[in-house]
Write a new protein. Sequence first.
Length: 279
Amino acid sequence: MPTSPGLPDEEPAADASPASTLGAMLAHFALLAPVFDAMPDIVFFVKDRHARYAMVNRTLARRCGHKDDKSALLGRTAEDVFPSRFGRIYTAQDQAIIAQGTQLIDQLELHLYPGREPGWCMTCKQPLHDATGKIVGLAGISRDLQAAEGTHPAYSRLAAVVQHIQENFVQPLNMRQLAQMANMSIAQLERYFHKVFHLTPRQVLLKTRLDAATALLVSNDNKVTDVAALCGYTDHSAFTRQFKATVGITPTEYRALLQTSQAPQPLSTRPDSAANLNV
């Protein structure tokens, strides 16, 4: 019985090379290229087992300064494409996923594209396996953080919770207190938060803290240890780890980036900052 259109009639041979297996996968992904290219708020990519771009959508090419020339990114790693301070981090993340076979699901990240303002997104990465289970690469998307669903019935109650988090971000998150404010159970609060704001309460707190941190790092008057304390971190090393995991570079490196001629605009002055989640 023939297979569905576009699918191979036989499984890949067990001894097929990673390159040939990935090539077969890319042929299937290519069928959806027009769909991926039509999404201006989503970056899509496939990488080989060496973390090199094997397929990208138009959005990624444009954000990297190549207009509609997607081929300009092929065969290059994130370290080749992005400034070295954080390109190395992106490539290291890819290599870890390929080596360990782990998934990255809804990771809140601050992406710094060459020549562009920083922007918040949710990133997912999935290792790609051949018929024998061997990892041959990865596929991923980064979706721009969306505006809140203001028409949702629970919006007004949740907006008060978001405002409380933003006004008290120095304090630890108290889920029980937040649930009581919204007259919901903790499970309901988390579910509706994700539905309305596309973030969990903890991610809203993280975003608020890091938005404040990036604003404070603009001034050399604030030591990194002081910035950590002002943003709710009692442990300076914990702040640095969280900042690097989310932004891709350390607070000190981010400050140095702000002082270059291609400095990104501080997040606190941008419309998608945590202070303006449309609440």
